[in-house]
Design a protein around this ligand. Sequence first.
Ligand code: FES
Ligand SMILES: [Fe+2]
Length: 371
Amino acid sequence: MAGEMTPLKSLDARYYTDPEIFAVESNGLLASSWQFAGHASQLQKPGDYFTFEMAGESLFCVMDRDGSINTFYNVCQHRAHQLVSGSGHSKLIACPYHAWTYELSGQLRAGPNIKAVPGFDRSEICLTRVPTENFCGFLFVNLDPNARPMDEWFPDVRQQLRAHVPLIDRLRPLEWVEIPESCNWKVSVENYSECYHCTLNHKTFATGIVRPETYDIQPQGFCLRHTTECQNLDQMSYPIDLEANEHAGDYSSWFLWPMFSFQVYPGNMLNTYHWRAIDANHVVVWRGWYSLDGAESETVRQLARQDRETTVEEDICLVESVQRGLNSRGYRPGPLVIDPESGVNSEHSIAVLQGWMRSAGDGLPSFDADR
Ligand code: FES
Ligand SMILES: [Fe+2]
């Protein structure tokens, strides 16, 4: 911060390497923040479901009879067998162990011989529900039953994203690119959240569409918003109609703490990142690519390929080297380069992020700790 005599230091290495801190994050932050589950288009009609894993839990999203989407822990309320696997369609949720069945609302419907039990009240038994939000077609869940809504965590993001991607409701996933990285999830997220490394490490950064001197990253609630002016739009690999809408020529990104990001390229071209923390030293990043109505698109395929071969590959080398360094006895956390004027060569966004990370690693709840 401006005026302070002692520069703010980067986070202690143990936050990135200590399995005990990882356990605190898994039980705290990861179980009380909004995490990406899947895309709404994966559920087309009542009874469609898909399973996913997060924070050590198996969960599933299912479309209810009225078209709403429920998320449940994937565990039977009889004697704890897993209910469903993969994805599919079913009118009822049937447990494979003793054949108890549940409505799509989670309510117990029937079970062999349960009527023989005096006082057995079906209506008291329901699958354990998880708060779920449909955020412009992207499904997020929060294991905290009292979770505050995403619009409080990420003010104005929904409206801004819609303005930047006017046809977002028609987008369908075309490709998920899976990128395992041998580093702590926070190393990968920090790498995404600053561009102090970009000039040196991303060959296309200075010569591409971004005007580096205008690049900035600012907090917006628990979102880190990236903005920049663009250049060379006539040299892009796909044509853009700049007259199409207000943001047709813009680049922007919205990182949603702790593990998701929307990124929009000029031409209203949406792509996403989501991270899944594996353990203190491993994370998997998925790059998501979309097309209108899920139509095959060579443009999108090529963007996905190009991104994987350049930016992603370059960043993997950086983050894995950093993780080795964080495990070195020789590392003492260095000062962050915080320019009071912000800008591309400033780590002010890392200072914000590491504030959230420190709270999470210390087991403090996000809202009470930082707002
Ligand atoms: S554990 Fe599911 S029916 Fe028994
Ligand atoms: Fe990078």
